[in-house]
Design a protein around this ligand. Sequence first.
Ligand code: HEC
Length: 147
Amino acid sequence: MTLKLLYSVAAICLLATNAPAQEATPPAQDTGPRLTRFSEDPDRFTQTDGEALYRTTCQACHMEDAKGAMGAGAHPPLAGNPKMRSKHFLAGVILTGYHGMPRFGHMMSDEQVASVTNYVRSNFGHDYPDTMTAAEVAGLRPPEDSD
Ligand code: HEC
């Protein structure tokens, strides 16, 4: 009985000493960068920058260095992949998906598809001079998918 009381007192003291630490708000930079990686709209990507879109969308499967991964499924590399020569192929895959890859056409605007296409084609060792425009992406969209 006395021991139980002693434990309770000790617990209360512990809680009391810990309280200020628990109330302290973490510095803004702890959560900031991570949160900006997520879209503000759960159904659409809100980032417009090609790199941000790659990081939030493609990287999960094609990896940070775009070299792909073999795991639960085969995720082909984009880096050094000769198919990246065609901006229409790449934008088309993003819009409509590709076998085991989901489509992103309904979650991205024409501008977003163009900027992530251009990002992939000018990074990861690629340096293709021709760029994709939003108008060209619009022309690639399947009719039922128009934005
Ligand atoms: C959920 C996982 C996933 C995400 C996210 C994803 N992909 Fe893919 N991607 C795949 C898989 C799996 C394949 C291979 C499909 C197949 O051939 O069966 C693929 C294939 C591709 C191909 C064709 C490569 C080839 O050699 O045929 C391109 C291009 C591509 N993805 C680009 C992208 C881009 C750009 C993004 C971001 C907008 C992206 N992917 C996001 C899983 C993903």
